[in-house]
Write a protein that binds this ligand. Structure first.
Ligand SMILES: [Zn+2]
Length: 232
């Protein structure tokens, strides 16, 4: 990498960092207003991905889960992967131009919007604080063996829903068309979406407290119907 490329990398990084300065307080405020919630401790946000945090078992699922960022409930820190995000509101052309200026053979396209990733991780922090207010903990919730069967999709889905509300990026996909191992966030999102569209705050609390039964694991529609009936 030559001097020009180093300068571009620096410029790109500075741009992300300067956006983060205003995006963190702004996004926190937006989540608080939209979800009638108050953060007790605002998390610290860093551009890095500590390797020990990324994946306990290096599975395809956990790699897919932690591609853009990760929230560490033990330290109350959000880690954002600078290689996976582009600056907020920059399009693919903008990003491509930045990288086309680098060595010709090296074209790397980050594909996640900074604010979308930030709002998603702030969603996990929000879930952690809700669990804490009930004497529970996100880490304990995630370590439960049910996590990778189904529970993880619920908690991921809530965080995606929060980010999509804040960034106005809702979309529709059929649950049976999604491979949960490949795109776990989308699977979780479609799972909780019909519930949270009707009941946002009460829906989130209810979902965090009601795991699916064995039968419902095989048929997510049953789970959605039961939760909606319980909430109405
Ligand atoms: Zn997540």
């Amino acid at each position: 990498m030559g001097i020009i490329n180093d300068k571009l990398d620096q410029w790109y990084r500075l741009r992300l960092e300067s956006q983060l300065e205003y995006l963190v307080p702004q996004t926190i405020k937006e989540i608080e207003v939209r979800f009638k919630f108050q953060y007790n401790n605002n998390p610290v946000v860093n551009f890095d991905m500590p390797p020990d945090l990324i994946s306990p078992n290096n599975s395809r699922l956990s790699n897919a889960l932690f591609r853009g960022g990760i929230y560490d409930s033990r330290t109350n820190e959000i880690h954002i992967n600078p290689d996976s995000v582009w600056p907020h509101k920059s399009g693919i052309i903008d990003t491509l131009l930045i990288y086309l200026n680098q060595d010709r053979w090296f074209i790397y396209i980050p594909d996640l919007d900074l604010k979308q990733v930030l709002a998603h991780e702030l969603g996990h922090c929000h879930n952690h604080e809700l669990l804490k207010s009930e004497g529970r903990d996100l880490l304990e919730y995630r370590l439960d063996k049910k996590y990778f069967e189904f529970r993880g999709f619920i908690e991921e889905g809530i965080s995606v829903f929060i980010a999509n509300e804040i960034c106005n990026t809702h979309y529709e996909m059929k649950l049976n068309r999604i491979n949960p191992e490949e795109i776990p966030q989308q699977y979780g999102y479609q799972l909780v979406k019909p519930i949270l569209e009707k009941h946002s705050r009460t829906g989130i609390i209810h979902l965090l407290n009601h795991d699916p039964t064995k039968k419902e694991l095989g048929n997510p529609k049953l789970y959605q119907e039961r939760i909606l009936a319980e909430l109405s």
